[in-house]
Structures are given as C-alpha cells and as structure tokens.
Design a protein around this ligand. Sequence first.
Ligand code: GLA
Length: 715
Amino acid sequence: MIDVSLAKDANNVVLETKNNKLVFEVEQGQTAKLLYLGLKSEMNIQASPNYTKTEIYPAFGIQNNMQHAIQVTHVDGNMSLELIVEKTEVLKDGDTETLIIYSKDKVYPFYVKSFYKSYPKADVFETWTEIQHAEKGNVVVYKAFSAYLNVPSGKQQLLKLYGPFIHESYVYEFPLNYGITQLTNKEGVRNTQSDNPAFMISYDGAFNENAGQVLGGALAYTGNFKIIFDRRSNATVDVVAGYNEEASHYILNAREVFSTPKLLYSYTADGGKGQITRNFHKWALNYNGIYGAKKANDILLNSWEGVYFGVNQENMSAMMKDFSDLGGELFVMDDGWFGDKYPRNDGSSSLGDWVTAKSKLPQGIDGLIKESKKYNIKFGIWIEPEMINTKSELFEKHPEWVIQQSNRETVKGRGKTQMTLDLSNPKVQDFVFKVVDDLMTNYPQIAYIKWDANHYMSNYGSTYLPANKQSHLYLEYHRGFESVLKRIRLKYPDLVMQSCASGGGRITYGHLRYFDEYWTSDNTDAFHRIFIQNGISHFYPVKGMAAHVSATENHQTKRVIPIKFRFDVAMSGRLGMEMKPSDLTQEEKEFAKSAIATYRNIRELVQYGNLYRGLSPDVNNGLTSLSYIADDKSDAVFFAYNPRKLHGETLAPFKIHGLNLNKSYKVYEINYKGTKPNYAEQVVSGEVLSRVGIYLPFLNNSEYSSIILKIEEVK
Ligand code: GLA
C-alpha cells in the first residue's frame, strides 16, 4: 500500500521543509525514483532543471553504468539486486516527518527500507537505509551506502574541508571535473584529520557566500566514510555517501537488520554557502545535532599548553586561582594526572590506568575539587579512554583488548607504545563506560570531560570477533563507541563533554549528538585559527567550537601575536584560554579580565546567533570578517581581523549582511585596548551596513589588527 498522507497525486510522494521539497515516484512493483530536490514553490517539477528522476538506491548487478549505493552477494552466489516498491509509510514526530519506502528484491527475500526525514525549520533532509534478508544462510554486504543523490547539469563546484594535524579544516573549493572525486578516510578512529565527511556543491560555477544554488551535505558518521562525486557524460553529478566499505564486507545473518549512518543535506535556491551553513547550525541547535544545545558553554582554562605533562597540585591550584581572578568559569586539567604504578610523565605510558598519579597529586582529585570550590570555579578533566599504552597496568591485565593481529607485532603510535582498544568487544565497552562512570561516581562534582583519541587503527584485527567476521571491526568499533556514549548520556545528562582527537581529528555529526563541544586543532596560533574556525564553521555550530587564547610566542608556530588579536579570534567561538595566566603581564591580565567580561555579554549571540561570513581569509590573505545576528535581527556582533598590513593599499568598506535593511542600528566598538575606541559610535541603517558597508581604515595600521563591533537596533 502506498501511504497517501504525503501523496500529491497517484504515484508522487512529497516531503517538505520550510522552503524545499523532495518528490518521489513510488509505484508498487516498480523501482522507486527521486524526481526532484528543490524549491517547494515549483509547480511543474518536470519542467524544472532540478528534475532528475533517478533511482533512489541504485543497486549493483543489472544496470552497471552508474554509481551504486548497494552491492551484495546472495547465498547462492548471485551478485545482483533488483529492488521494487512494496509499500510506503509516514511517521510524524514533532514537526518532522519520515517517509519510509519499503523495497524488496524481485526474486530474493531481500529487503531495503529507505528513510527520508524532513527537519522543516532548518530546511534539512536526512536519509538512511536499513537492509535485511530472509535467505537460507548469510548474505555478504560489500557496500551499503546511506544515500544516493543526483545534482543536475551545470558547472558544479565542490567545497570540502581538509587538513592534517595542526592544519585541520581549511576550506578547498574547486570545479567538479568529469570523473570521480572522493572524500574519504580509513583511519578507523580519528577520521577527520584529512577530509571531513561534509561538503557543498555549487550548481553553477564559483561559490558565493550570499547567493547561488547550493546543496550541502554532512554524513553523520564518525567511522570510516566515503563520499563519491561522479560527474558523468551528461554532466550531472551522482553523489553516494556512506561508511567506507573498504575492508568492511559484512556477513549479514538472516533477519539481522543492517542500518547505515545518516546523511544530512540541505538545499538553497539562491542563499549561497552562508544559507547552507545557517541551515546546518539551525538543525544542530534545534534538533539535537550537538549535545546540550540549549545550554551555552562555559569560559574555560585548559592546562595543556600551560604545563603539558607537568601536572601537580600546586600548579593546578595556581591556575584555578589565577583564572578565577580573571573571571573564568571552568578549569580543565588535561593530560598528565593519572597512572598509579606508572605515573604519566610523557606520551609513552599509563593510558588505561585512570587513577590519580599520587606522586603528582597527593590529595587526589578530591584535593583539586576542594581548591576549585575555594576559587568558585567548575572542575573538568581529560581522558583518552579508547586507548592504551604497553606500559600500563591495563595492558598487563588485558593484552587481548588491543586491536591486533595475533601473528604480527602491533604497530604503536604516540610514545612508541600507544595502541587502540577493541571497542567491538562488549567487555572493552564496559571498561570504557566505567572510566567515565567511576570518575563521576567518585567525584560527582566533575562538570566537564575532555575525551581525546590520539591513535588510529593499526594492525586491523580483533581477538573478539570470529575469523569470518574480522572485516566487521571498523563498523563494530563505532557501534561500540556509540553504545558507550549512549550509556554515558543516559546516566550523566548534565555532564559537559568535549570531543578531541589529536586536535580536530574527530568532528562529525556522528558523535556530536553526545558531545557539547569540539576541539578544532592543536594549532592555537590565532592566525591559523582564523582559517580553521572559518572552515569548520561551514558545517558545525559555533556553540561547540572551542577556541583558546594561548601563550605568545605560540608553541606550534613561534608566531608572536598581540593579546587583543588572540582574544578577538577566540571570542568568535567558545572562548577559553590554554596557558599559565601567571605568564601574562599585568597589562595583559587586565585586558584578559575585561575581555572575559565582554565575552559573557556577547556569548549568547556568538554561540546561538546566525552566522554571516563576510570576507573570507582564504582569498584575502587572512583578512576576515564575520557577524553573528540574533533571530529577530535586533542585535548583532561583528568581528574583523587583518593579520597582514597591506602596504600601499586601503581597506575597502566592510559589508555586514543579514541585518534588517529597514532598521537603524547603533554600532559601537567593544573589547578595545586602552581608553578610547578606534571606531567612533554611529547610527547606521541596515541597508547601508549591508550594501555600502563601513570604513575601518585603522585595521590596516599594523599587523594583527582586529575589531569587535556591537550592533543594536535603535527602536
Ligand atoms: C592531544 C590533544 C591536546 C592535548 C594532548 C594531551 O594532542 O589534541 O589538546 O589534550 O593530546 O596529550
């Protein structure tokens, strides 16, 4: 039966968001087709350039001249599928609707359920697939992507984020030429220190921030991923996205349900990249795409770049006091606090032994919590619970818990001793859950956990999985990871958690629904951060974007950058610090204190406002501008950075988009150094701010000039 609640005519089923719609042709006994992804207001979809009419889930075996979403081998050795519609169903939950298209193979008892969910407020759709069979034996699944989409003819360009350690999430935009372009990773654990599983496609030439037809996608998966863009002879682009099937063929038992990760996507007819960004942010904040969306994040001090592994009671206590004096809200003790038999002094030991190193912290965590109370500051702690060092009590007890191959020596990572635990094993899942559970049971005052993961999956193999299911490890690891996170969230809903993996090695919507924030990079140089934060902001909400002011000269790059510039950059994300505050001069301390107070006033706007990027650092030698604008457009905050003095040039006016063109705004400078602002307060119309812009010539007086402006409606 075709469920008629979404049907607009006999065989067409329509799923809508605020501005857009997906139209399907679903006829019993025929293969389901996606006809259209585009504006809701389009009456005649068949005449639209966005009319595609493609199979919803192309299968390998019969038609073999396109990208396939699924490939299996049946019990009898047949390698093909021919999926035809059995029925449809519609589920409603809040303002969302989910269309389920049930298909079955024409010959074999093999079933595919295709899910399409609408998130109306955010203009986002979500697609995923469940497969199942009732054959007499096991079917081998060689590939089962989340979704297949088709982008119609045009001069498509791709936007992706890429970057290795300390260079994560830089933006790359380039034409999608004929042939295949791929975003992929197979590190197994920390999967985004390369491509991120998120993309935008401009339908017609170069991207524009505020205009143009764009499709954005983000695969909500933290494991290995693969997104293929295939521009074929008719110039349409096939997009298939899902887990990376390499080394991951799956033995599917009869009646077992195999669920794919979910692909989120959003379309704008003329809003450009900026609209796609705002749609994803809105989705994350309104539909729990990031954990704790309703609660603004605290201003924190992290101990890592201040003392590295040299944690002790005195320096932790001093940092808490100093940060509290500056107005800080939360202190996070990073690496270096644990290991009883083997205290953690560098990267070569102790992972797995999550007890306090008594030699460093004689009063234990209780002593630190006592201090934090004294200084009226919350307390948080760093863990890396998926990992183990050979030098650890855990390894002495459970060498079999490591991802390994029994007849080969295990390749080690950091400290030449680090390895990854086998999360496919339920005992390891229990252990990882217990790391958090023990900490929270013993020290319920812990307000925050930074969850790190600094290795990948070397020596792919599991002592837990049977010989014929070794290829399940990549997938089972992430099922295990997610099941642990679910248990943690059930028991500790108020705990704030940060996701980190050697910097920005793990930022996806696969796990952000369990994490309040993410660490974008171990590169804390404010110059680099402009690019990194600009990149990650394209898809992931600013509320979770941890941005820390660190020492000068910067430890990663040796760059010397003034304190105001460092703060101005960090204040456009979730502000924090990562240094010994005692290393600041008196003048810098005063500035830091007033900047922290200023941030409290703009925090809601930064963490929840609508992001309008202005100048992009990528094309302007670092010159950047951006604004966060309240939903009702009555309030905004604007940031501009000019890291390089442009000799012999004047700066063009800065345009501020996204305001109400018919309103007047008071514009004034905040977070300035000294007694007098550079920018004299003015009342300017929204139209002038947006179309003409404002002059900020003093931003070219010296290197590392920056400004923050507050913009308020004059009623
Ligand atoms: C990783 C993280 C850092 C820090 C160190 C501690 O590199 O990205 O922020 O926590 O580990 O070892």
